[in-house]
Design a protein around this ligand. Structure first.
Ligand SMILES: [Zn+2]
Length: 203
């Protein structure tokens, strides 16, 4: 197995197969696709990956991936500072933005609580969220918990609600028309828009 990875085609298949949701078969299909294109395509794909990796950092405020700091959303004066929407991953910011409904700011946790995998509150960007909440007392009125409707997402939302509600801030959760386990990234923008509009307060 080790020696076959020195072969250039096998190496590309191997690297692609590490991507989430891509097994060996899909990796092989992608490899053959790339090899059938002209060299410009391979060059531009490789550059796009390297550029994104080298020029992207975490926004100092919301912790999403960004190539400006703070990110474009956090630097906008044109948004509602009384609302923060808490999401699991940077890609969730893009999903919610695509609905065009939300005009507040975001906070990215970078994961969910998962005791079995050793992910506790310290591993998530919860300290940073509490810092933001305490930074401008009185300004923030509502935190929308937009974690996914999975077991871990729910546990994370409940944990956060228990910490944030005593601060006198309204805590709401997306009203999902999604099956349990459904992910934000697979929902269309209408579904996300509805889930936001019909959000419910957590008791
Ligand atoms: Zn930001």
């Amino acid at each position: 197995m080790q020696s076959s990875r020195h072969d250039t085609v096998s190496r590309l298949i191997f690297e692609l197969s590490k991507l989430p949701g891509i097994g060996e078969k899909t990796a092989a299909r992608l490899t053959h696709f790339i090899l059938r294109q002209n060299e410009d395509y391979a060059q531009s794909l490789a550059e796009a990956i390297l550029n994104a990796k080298q020029k992207t950092s975490l926004c100092q405020s919301c912790l999403t991936f960004t190539d400006t700091n703070p990110c474009r959303i956090c630097s906008s004066q044109d948004r509602n500072a009384s609302l923060i929407c808490v999401v699991e991953r940077p890609t969730d910011v893009l999903s919610i933005e695509s609905s065009g409904i939300f005009r507040g700011y975001y906070h990215v946790l970078h994961g969910t609580l998962s005791p079995l995998e050793g992910v506790g509150p310290e591993e998530l960007k919860i300290k940073e969220l509490l810092f933001r909440i305490n930074q401008h007392p009185g300004q923030l009125r509502e935190v929308i918990l937009a974690t996914n409707p999975s077991v871990e997402g729910e546990a994370t939302a409940l944990y956060l609600a228990r910490i944030i509600k005593p601060l006198g801030i309204k805590v709401t959760q997306l009203a999902y028309g999604l099956p349990v386990g459904g992910l934000l990234e697979y929902s269309d923008k209408q579904t996300i828009g509805k889930a936001l509009e019909n959000r419910m307060e957590i008791d």
